[in-house]
Design a protein around this ligand. Sequence first.
Ligand code: FES
Length: 108
Amino acid sequence: MRVHQHPILGALKDEVWVNIEVDGTTICAREGEPIAAAIMANGRLKLRHTRKRQEPRGVFCGIGRCTDCVMTVDGQSNVRTCVTAVKAGMKIQTQGMTGDGEAEEWKK
Ligand code: FES
């Protein structure tokens, strides 16, 4: 499930593996790949929940247009993870839910 040739981020050059943190869980990702792809490759498809109805959302367009993949990245909210490249040590959080619910979502 890795994206090797992304239409916006380009081709992955070197195979450099790094750790990133998603909702408090450390996962392994390839540096330069889309954050959303790294999360999906680690078995999670839900990237956020809608504000009003708490409905799950994941990658829809994959090209930065729909905002279904937005997450908080290193403290900045509404980052489109389908077009944002992984960097070592990133801390990523789900938007739309609070508290322990996030940790429980990761386990599903
Ligand atoms: S999936 Fe549409 S903006 Fe990321």
